[in-house]
Design a protein around this ligand. Structure first.
Ligand code: FA5
Ligand code: MG
Length: 415
């Protein structure tokens, strides 16, 4: 029997087309015995609809495929959908979870929340946080939307701040996976993890809140990096906090931004029914910390299912990663004529989608406009390297041809 859970993904092959489909459970109402799902396929998104759970039936048997119909704008590639529901931060022997637990230890008296469903409303992710309509973080080229831009894959764990404050939950930690379109390299991946902390202190001045925030974050940084750590606060800007600060930690002589924070905006407090009260919030990434603590050289490792990676880590232990081997890389270039509106992120997504984790880095190596024809061209360099095996020329060229074919399908001309 399938036990349906929010945030989980089920993959099945449909009878009709033999194509694989991904079902994503958005909401389970156990009292009414009803389940809400979204259906994903690599080619299009189908309508979210309601089904009822029936014991001893598989998902395939319960879903009435006749009810599925074409639906809505969305810009979430399949490689991203595949990551939804992996819940790395809840796997106790996974480096991301080990770092999460270390942070949670520090915030012993805070309520802990982990919302497994990363699809949140645009309202909670942006509007309620006073993020303006023209903010770059809202761009389709930066953010994954679904359902005609009603839903979004949360771009930060701050997305849960106002719903909790409205419930008068005022001292909490939220951990979750967050999603942003990005470049491809050793420290950037479109899915990463954040921990959010909030503490409403009462009717106190900004000065008191800032002092409490800085004391707390200083304690956290020392808890994580040791008492001798070098770190500093830098003034920052976030629409949802004022004033705002970033914390930068010096590690092996390099300064690294580890978190953003600040005094929660007065309008947010008011909108959440907490007028007159004052508090702080912070948001911190887990991958960069884990890469440092475990000596993990490439962010893709976190998604590895290779036992040679996973078996090296144990709950509560901070041991150094022993690379099992570095496999050779292969470089391939693609030059193409682009049209207006082309964003480099679309190319990065396409490569990710068709190469899974076999590409280590993609970079723009050349870009020019022909002054006579006014046509523009870009050349991208793709560096293939698997973290688990040596790739054959055949495997690489197969992926390369698929990328080219997809570009041609999208009416781009390969040079
Ligand atoms: C935010 O996401 C804010 N929501 C943080 C915040 C919360 C501010 C509450 C004020 C109050 P930012 O985009 O800077 O801010 O990301 C916060 C942290 O997430 C960064 O400091 C970094 O540790 C991590 N992070 C951001 N982008 C990436 C990325 N592409 N890869 C890995 N880690 C990242
Ligand atoms: Mg930042």
């Amino acid at each position: 029997m399938v036990i349906l859970q929010e945030g989980q993904v089920y993959k099945i092959i449909t009878d009709k087309t033999q194509k694989s489909m991904t079902f994503y459970i958005t909401y389970v109402d156990r009292l009414k015995d009803e389940v809400f799902v979204k259906v994903f396929s690599p080619f299009s998104l189908y309508e979210g609809f309601r089904i009822s759970t029936i014991e001893n039936k598989t998902l395939k048997e319960i879903i009435d495929f006749e009810k599925i119909k074409n639906f809505y704008f969305e810009n979430i590639p399949f490689s991203i959908k595949n990551k939804i529901g992996k819940l790395l931060y809840q796997k106790e022997n996974h480096p991301i979870c080990i770092v999460k637990n270390k942070i949670n230890d520090f915030f012993e008296k805070y309520d802990k929340f982990e919302f497994q469903n990363p699809m949140v409303s645009v309202r909670n992710n942006f509007d309620n946080l006073l993020i303006p309509q023209n903010h770059p973080g809202r761009k389709e080229s930066d953010t994954f939307y679904s359902e005609n831009k009603f839903l979004v894959l949360r771009t930060h764990t701050t997305a849960h701040q106002t719903e909790l404050l409205k419930k008068k939950i005022t001292k909490f930690i939220v951990t979750g996976d967050v999603y942003r379109r990005d470049t491809i390299d050793a420290s950037h991946f479109p899915v990463f993890h954040q921990v959010e902390g909030v503490n409403v202190l009462g009717s106190v001045s900004d000065k008191v809140v800032i002092e409490h925030l800085k004391d707390t974050l200083s304690g956290l940084i020392k808890h994580l990096f040791g008492n001798d750590v070098k770190y500093r606060f830098i003034d920052e800007y976030f629409p949802f906090t004022n004033p705002s600060f970033e914390v930068v930690v010096e590690y092996h002589g390099i300064e690294m931004e580890v978190l953003g924070s600040g005094v929660i905006h007065k309008d947010i407090m008011k909108n959440c029914g907490l007028e007159g009260q004052n508090g702080w919030a912070f948001g911190m990434g887990l991958e960069r910390l884990a890469m440092i603590f475990f000596d993990i050289p490439d962010i893709r490792y976190f998604w590895s299912e290779d036992p040679r990676f996973l078996s090296q880590f144990k709950a509560g232990e901070f041991t150094k990663f022993q690379p099992y081997s570095k496999y050779p890389s292969a470089i391939r270039d693609i030059s193409m004529w682009i049209t207006e509106g082309f964003e480099d992120n679309y190319f990065f997504d396409l490569v990710r989608d068709l190469s899974e984790n076999l590409v280590e880095e993609v970079s723009l190596t050349d870009s020019f406009t022909n002054p006579k024809t006014n046509r523009s061209s870009k050349t991208f360099r793709i560096k293939f390297r698997s973290i688990d095996k040596t790739l054959t020329g055949e495997e690489i060229d197969k992926i390369l041809n698929e990328i080219k074919q997809e570009l041609i399908n999208k009416d781009y001309e390969i040079r």
